[in-house]
Write a protein that binds this ligand. Structure first.
Ligand code: NAD
Length: 359
């Protein structure tokens, strides 16, 4: 496989392959940018089809973290780790400690946290080997409820977009139907919030027990995971894995709003234009799903972590989303283009002031 010349590489600063023969650890840590600060991004464990798929995922997710952290106004660069394997079958505490040693060798250039397949108990094992961990149970804890809150606020901002005098309009989601795809840490909590706000739900997960649990709690209708994107709903919230907005799914969408937690929802950048041309409002994934990293960043406050401060900052996602939607509508650019430009402007301004002070 090619790495440097692959499209996903996109100017990465560093890519590290971590291996531990005793525990079977095979990990890839991709550090895309440390311009704004240390590269911060979660660690995902997934049974990839092959090693090339794992590297590509790490690179794409890492780049996404650079943009996410920049848009969220954090003093963090972008990075991400992936561990190759099935989290339900292959993961062991010793493997997570081996991963911690790989992280530690990067001496703070990469700070890890949880992502798909990895929980706070795994991060506790990592913490035994390195201090470069955020989101532990005894600090800011599971970031997922904050991610879910941000997605919930982003959905409301999308529903408000274009409505006259909408500022206080969307407290109730009565009459709104939302399809939630993926009912893990984020999707299940998002479904709860949407249900409490009065929305009707359609849900799906590849694990039937997860879908049944959410349906019991929220009265949701359970759909087929293979076709939930095509359900006749107002909002489609992808909360499983990436690549769900592609040549096959986009023509089948009936939702007018796409707003969910999954990273890298667009299979390719051009799919943002296809959505816009169909009149579908897309909430850029790395903006709407930044609640978790905004929460863990509060651990770096001089005063220490505080959940109230974290919640207040996550509420900033509403305003950022509204700005992106308004600029996209006014300029004819896609919401993804507007978000990318905002993030790149912040990184460029920071690099310029750093270079000026170094001169
Ligand atoms: P999770 O592992 O807890 O949940 C993912 C769920 O999706 C699982 O229940 C899984 O069975 C299900 N799933 C997988 N493939 C599916 C498919 N094809 N159809 C339906 N369901 C499927 O992960 P999570 O922490 O809830 O994260 C969900 C998404 O949000 C991921 O893309 C993650 O990168 C992103 N994200 C999470 C956070 C966070 O704070 N946890 C923050 C930002 C972004």
């Amino acid at each position: 496989m090619s790495v440097f010349s692959s499209r996903a590489f996109d100017g990465h600063e560093q890519v590290v392959f971590g291996h531990d023969p005793d525990t079977g650890l095979k990990a890839v840590i991709a550090i895309h940018s440390t311009v704004l600060g240390p590269g911060v991004g979660g660690c995902r464990m997934w049974a990839y089809d092959d090693e090339a798929a794992a590297v590509t995922d790490a690179l794409r997710l890492s780049r996404g973290m650079t943009y996410k952290n920049a848009m969220a106004g954090l003093a963090f660069g972008g990075a991400k780790a992936v561990i190759l394997g099935d989290a339900r079958r292959d993961k062991t505490p010793a493997m997570m400690r081996a991963f911690g040693r790989v992280v530690d060798r990067l001496a703070g250039r990469y700070i890890t946290a949880e992502d798909v397949g990895i929980g706070t108990e795994d991060m506790a094992q990592v913490r035994r080997q390195t201090t470069h961990v955020l989101g532990l149970a005894d600090t800011s804890g599971d970031p997922s409820p904050f991610t879910a809150l941000g997605v919930f606020l982003g959905i409301k901002a999308a529903l408000d977009h274009g409505k006259a005098g909408a500022s206080a309009a969307t407290d109730s989601l009565a009459g709104v139907t939302v399809a939630v795809q993926g009912l893990g840490h984020v999707g299940a909590d998002l479904a709860r919030r949407l249900h409490e706000a009065g929305a009707k739900l359609v849900v799906a997960d590849i694990h039937q027990d997860a879908a049944a649990r959410v349906a019991r709690l929220t009265g949701a209708r359970i759909a087929d995971p293979a076709t939930i994107h095509a359900e006749p709903v107002d909002v489609y919230a992808p909360c499983a894995l990436g690549g769900v907005l592609n040549d096959r799914t986009i023509p089948e969408l009936s939702a007018r709003i796409i707003a969910g937690a999954a990273n890298n929802q667009l299979a390719e950048p051009r799919h943002a234009r296809e959505l816009a041309d169909r009149g579908i409002l897309y909430a850029p994934d790395y903006v709407i799903n930044a609640g978790g990293v905004i929460n863990i960043a509060v651990e770096h406050d001089a005063a220490g972590y505080d959940a109230g401060r974290a919640t207040a900052r996550v509420h900033g996602i509403s305003e950022t989303m509204a700005r992106i939607f308004a600029e996209a509508t006014a300029s004819g650019r896609t919401t993804a283009e507007v978000a990318d430009a905002m993030a790149e402007a912040r990184i460029a301004a920071h690099a310029a002031s750093r270079d000026a002070s170094a001169a």
